[in-house]
Design a protein around this ligand. Structure first.
Ligand code: MN
Length: 134
């Protein structure tokens, strides 16, 4: 399933590897290197999914997800954290912050590509499933 994916990452090596893997899978990739830039691109381009680092200058991933979920034009876009989970409790904190999933760093190419495909299909199903009858 081809998608427009906004990738937000301040580390140049991670940005290039993730960009390469997403493009190799046929996705259109939009890039930003901090949360503030990512927020601007999300509002302007309305991507199908956002994959975002957490630790970034200017605006980190937690501030970004808070801003996205407050913006009616962006709150429906699935947002996936790209994180090393370096501290105990990180995983719970990520999901509580409102992220729709996570990908772990360091990026393992085959695993990353498979997880992106899974996340796209599961989020697509969630978006398309009709509301439950009252
Ligand atoms: Mn970072």
């Amino acid at each position: 399933m081809k998608a427009r994916i906004l990738l937000i990452e301040d580390n140049a090596d991670n940005l290039e590897l993730a960009r390469y893997l997403l493009a190799a899978a046929g996705h259109e990739v939009l890039l930003a290197t901090n949360g503030a830039q990512g927020l601007d691109v999300a509002r302007a381009e309305q991507p199908d999914m956002i994959v975002s680092d957490l630790q970034m200058p200017v605006m980190d991933g937690y501030a970004l997800i808070a801003a996205l979920k407050c913006d009616p034009s962006c709150l429906g876009i699935p947002v996936i954290a790209l994180t090393a989970f370096s501290m105990p409790g990180d995983e719970a904190r990520v999901m509580q912050a409102g992220f729709d999933g996570y990908l772990s760093k360091p990026i393992e190419p085959e695993q990353f590509s498979a997880q992106i495909a899974d996340l796209l299909s599961s989020n697509r199903r969630a978006a398309e499933s009709p509301p439950a009858a009252a």
